[in-house]
Ligand binder design. Structure first.
Ligand code: HEM
Length: 475
């Protein structure tokens, strides 16, 4: 591995240290047939072993492959062509800035497809993706999200009111209650506990049940059985038919209301949008988008927050700095430390480790050239650990990002380009409010000083023990 390390001053003074750096440029992008192919080295393992490690111990496998094979490497995967991982920001940039038709997302091949449905923005490619994305964007812009902030704060405070001194628990479960509450409020307009027997209650329970199913270990089997199928099959069909009944009922009832009475939530906005041909979204399309937003936004945000707590309770310097800024600093200092803590957590523990594109032409990646149809993965977690970009990359140092906007191609927890996470502004708002309120109201500690290892569930990287914390004090 040829990682140029920026020289650091010998001083012990943290403020004088270089905490962010730059990578030397590396050419990347589509090339014509005149350029000879030059595939990157392959990880030296049988496909079955590499696949098993990728599924069970993804992070160590990725880091080991990077160290032993090189900055660009091909990872063998059983029954598929190898995945080519890139660890250079210029290579990631080439994928995120290319015309979308040259770099379709591999989420179209995701096992989630039969759950999300054929219209989902996440699994569509080409013009259909652009249409769905354009229709969904307005409620997820920063200004629209600002309007949900009070509702998010209410959901967060309701949850934190239940945390008592001496309690020890997996924070991811508590954070999931928050993210589900936020989704119910922001997407469906349902705040607080919906009354028994109402369609909203049935919808919330159905959403909970589908989320609970996806968290069970046996769910992987269900997904494998449904891979490659556009429609759900077997047990998945039974589960989804039940869930869909409740979703479609709420959509139909809301559509029947006069527009002025519908409210400002995402569902109501989706009912009123039209594409450039004046076409409104069908009930089925809305169902697919709602399911996508629920599944894409729930576990990701909850576990990203659980990782933030996991890191903070094991890094006293960072935790003290955050609490001091939030409790005693100016509003500007508080905002800067909260943001820096989120950015650093998403750097060291991005819940989505990378994003893949199936390149439609031969592609240069530094000294290598891969053929068309190769899946190239911008390995966010690897880019985030380049020593030239982030000196002492394994250290949790929120001060790297103090008052600094993370780089578009060096900080990639939300992916990039025309597929960048649609819910990024919402996820940032949720994380800001949760971290700030926790830092204001509580003192937490680690029940076990050892860092939690990572575990993979669905496509997310989550703390193995769920980010366990003990409540030491409540203010
Ligand atoms: C910390 C929380 C989150 C993380 C780390 C995250 C990360 C990601 C990533 C890496 C992608 C793929 C981007 C790409 O391929 O370049 C993505 C896509 C997406 N995310 Fe998120 N996400 C989060 C929260 C949310 C939330 C709260 C929502 C909505 C409620 C959401 C909705 C979506 C959607 C709809 C897409 C598909 C966008 C497209 O294909 O055009 N995400 N997210």
């Amino acid at each position: 591995m040829s990682l140029a390390t920026l020289s650091r001053p010998a001083s012990d003074d943290a403020a004088a240290e270089v905490l962010l750096g730059i990578a030397p440029p590396s050419p990347a992008g589509p090339v014509g047939p005149e350029v000879p192919l030059n595939p990157p080295p392959r990880v030296d393992l049988p496909a079955a072993v590499s696949t098993a490690r990728f599924l069970r111990r993804q992070l160590p496998h990725l880091f080991h492959s990077w160290r032993t094979t090189g900055d660009t490497f091909a990872m063998p995967i059983l029954g598929r062509s190898p995945l080519v991982f890139v660890t250079h920001p210029d290579h990631a940039r080439s994928l995120f800035t290319a015309p979308p038709e040259l770099v379709p997302s591999i989420t179209a091949e995701s096992p989630l497809r039969p759950i999300l449905g054929g219209s989902s923005v996440l699994t569509a490619n080409g013009p259909r993706h652009m249409r769905q994305r354009r229709l969904l964007l307005p409620p997820f812009h920063g200004e629209s999200i600002a309007a949900y902030e009070a509702a998010i704060a209410r959901v967060v405070d309701e949850e934190l009111d239940r945390w008592a001194v001496g309690d020890t628990f997996a924070s991811s479960a508590r954070m999931q209650a928050v993210t589900l509450g936020v989704i119910m409020a922001g997407i469906f307009g349902v705040e607080g506990e919906p009354a028994e027997g109402t369609p909203e209650r049935a919808l919330r329970d159905a959403t909970r049940s589908v989320l609970a199913h996806t968290e069970r270990p046996a769910w992987q089997l269900v997904e494998i059985m449904n891979t490659g199928s556009p429609e759900p099959r077997g047990i998945l069909k039974l589960v989804m038919d039940r869930v869909d009944t409740h979703y479609l009922r709420v959509i139909r009832e809301r559509r029947a209301l006069p527009e002025a009475e519908r409210g400002g939530d995402v569902l109501s906005l989706l009912l009123s949008v039209t594409d450039e041909d004046g076409q409104a979204l069908t009930d089925r399309e809305i169902r697919d988008e709602l399911m996508t937003l629920v599944l894409a936004g729930h576990e990701t945000t909850a576990n990203q927050l659980a990782w933030a707590l996991e890191r903070l309770v094991r890094t006293p310097r960072a935790y003290d700095a955050l609490r001091d800024a939030v409790r005693g600093g100016t509003p500007e200092e508080a905002r800067r430390w909260v943001d820096a803590t989120i950015h650093e957590t998403m750097r060291v523990r991005p819940v989505i480790m990378g994003t893949g594109r199936r390149v439609q032409s031969a592609w240069r990646l530094g000294e290598f050239v891969v053929p068309a149809n190769t899946v190239v993965v911008a390995g966010a977690v690897l880019i985030h650990h380049r020593e030239d970009l982030y000196p002492q990359p394994f250290a949790f140092r929120p001060e790297r990002f103090l008052g600094v906007k993370p780089g578009t191609y060096t900080w990639l927890p939300f992916g990039g380009g025309t597929r960048r996470c649609l819910g990024a502004a919402l996820a940032m708002a949720e994380q800001r409010i949760v971290l700030r309120r926790i830092a204001e109201r509580l003192d937490l500690a680690a029940p076990d000083p050892r860092p939690e290892r990572e575990q993979h569930r669905n496509v997310t990287m989550i703390p193995r023990e769920g980010g366990r914390v003990t409540v030491r004090a409540v203010r």
